[in-house]
Ligand binder design. Structure first.
Ligand SMILES: [Zn+2]
Length: 206
């Protein structure tokens, strides 16, 4: 009788270990190191040539400054035509926050960007936060505006701690100053229109 009970306990323990092993290995595949795939972002031009995002209607709780109290140290484009983002700076390891609600489509390392987080929002809007000392959000995470997604750093192609903040629509980068007043750390009350013509995307705000 005792031997049977012992066998049962051994079998149960083995089964538990096996199951736990299965679950943890399955969990580990999500956003694992070296996973450099990016989740798909909605194509806003799938059924139309023109999309609009009305930031005028956005309530205060629907947006957040990506780096509160930051100063712009390098604008979009400018003297560096290939500069696809706005460089904003506070101090090392400061909290980097999701600008809008969305889904994390990438969290990892990428050439030039260093540690970077991509977030896909509604209407094909995407934001990217680069050079982080550490990424906190994981691929597939649903985030709210203001959620801390990373810590400020100088990984990748950066000489000082800052956040390279990128805004894109339909994959096309545009100046984040169009929708954010980085001096005031505020969202601008504007209506953004993106028109797709002959493969190029023209972005304007009113
Ligand atoms: Zn930059």
């Amino acid at each position: 009788m005792k031997t049977r009970l012992f066998t049962l306990i051994v079998a149960l323990t083995a089964a538990t270990l096996l199951l736990t092993g299965c679950f943890s290995s399955k969990h580990a595949t999500k956003g694992k190191k070296g996973d450099n795939t990016v989740l798909a972002t909605e194509d806003p031009f799938k059924d139309t040539d023109e999309v609009t995002i009305n930031f005028k209607n956005m309530k205060d709780k629907e947006w957040e400054s990506p780096l509160d109290g930051a100063k712009v140290i390098s604008p979009f484009g400018g003297k560096r035509p290939n500069h696809k983002g706005t460089d904003i700076k506070t101090k090392a390891k400061d909290k980097v926050r999701a600008a809008f609600k969305g889904t994390v489509t990438f969290s990892g390392q990428m050439s030039g960007y260093g540690n970077v987080v991509f977030i896909s929002h509604l209407t094909g809007l995407e934001t990217r936060y680069a050079h982080n000392s550490k990424n906190l959000a994981k691929k597939g995470d649903k985030v709210k505006p203001g959620d801390v997604i990373a810590l400020e750093g100088k990984t990748g192609n950066a000489t000082t701690e800052h956040v390279h903040f990128e805004t894109r629509i339909g994959g096309q980068p545009f100046d984040s100053e169009l929708i954010f007043d980085h001096k005031k750390n505020e969202l601008r009350k504007v209506k953004l229109t993106a028109k797709k013509k002959n493969g190029t995307i023209d972005i304007k705000v009113k």
